[in-house]
Design a protein around this ligand. Structure first.
Ligand code: GTP
Ligand code: MG
Length: 216
């Protein structure tokens, strides 16, 4: 039997090369957005990186673009506080989102980001795919499940990206993958392949580049 929700197989040479070329081109920080009205015109292929605070969203953008500090990455959960837009060539926007869950900020401030995050995920026309990052050591938590439900309701295709694979041993990997596959059942908006990544070792990064380039 073929299980749904398999780990993405390595893309073909042509797809990998397309991904490599896209990410080898110019990447620039465009702006940080704190209100829906300030989003840039929805005229490019847009992908976003969503996930709990500290899951590794900003680090993943740095790994994809090969720039160490393009998106800020930190040890302080809740560090990314705005919707950060990066232009990738002339065709794509990469969007680094504030984390959900724990944040080191006053409650009203956190609530404001969370409202913006939800409005963005539910209502951005040009959003072609939401990559939802899950820490491979922890699996899917309640806060993640809520976001997946929101994406289902909004009919935004999401793809799970497991992060920090370098921190997980082979046995635990299989267990977490099994749990994640199970949890994806019944999510109509879920893309059927999962990507396993490490911003530390580079695992899965070329695959993710190819996936994003293929959305062009
Ligand atoms: P917020 O902006 O606070 O929501 O966090 P974020 O999801 O952007 O996480 P960030 O990229 O800032 O990374 C959080 C911490 O995890 C940092 O200390 C990173 O160095 C670490 N980290 C991120 N990716 C990896 C990885 O693949 N492997 C390991 N070992 N650590 C990682
Ligand atoms: Mg961040």
């Amino acid at each position: 039997m073929t299980l749904p929700f398999s780990v993405a197989s390595a893309p073909g040479a042509e797809a990998l090369e397309r991904g490599r070329l896209l990410f080898a081109g110019p990447v620039d920080f465009l702006k940080g957005v704190v209100a829906m009205e300030a989003l840039p015109p929805p005229d490019r292929v847009e992908v976003c990186f969503a996930g709990r605070s500290n899951v590794g969203k900003s680090s993943l953008i740095n790994a994809l673009t090969g720039r160490k500090a393009l998106a800020r990455a930190s040890n302080t959960p809740g560090r990314t506080q705005e919707i950060n837009y990066f232009s990738l060539g002339a065709s794509h926007y990469l969007v680094d989102l504030p984390g959900y869950g724990f944040a080191e900020a006053p409650k009203p401030v956190v609530e404001r980001w969370q409202r913006l995050l939800r409005a963005y995920l539910a209502g951005r026309q040009s959003l072609r795919r939401a990559f939802v990052l899950i820490d491979m050591r922890h699996g899917i938590k309640a806060a993640d499940a809520e976001i997946l439900d929101l994406l289902d309701r909004s009919a935004v295709t999401f793809q799970l990206v497991l992060t920090k694979a370098d921190k997980v041993r082979a046995g635990a990997r299989e267990r977490v993958l099994g749990e994640v596959r199970e949890a994806l059942q019944g999510h109509p908006a879920a893309y059927p392949e999962i990507v396993v990544t490490s911003s530390g070792t580079g695992e899965g990064i070329a695959t993710l580049r190819a996936l994003i380039a293929a959305l062009g």
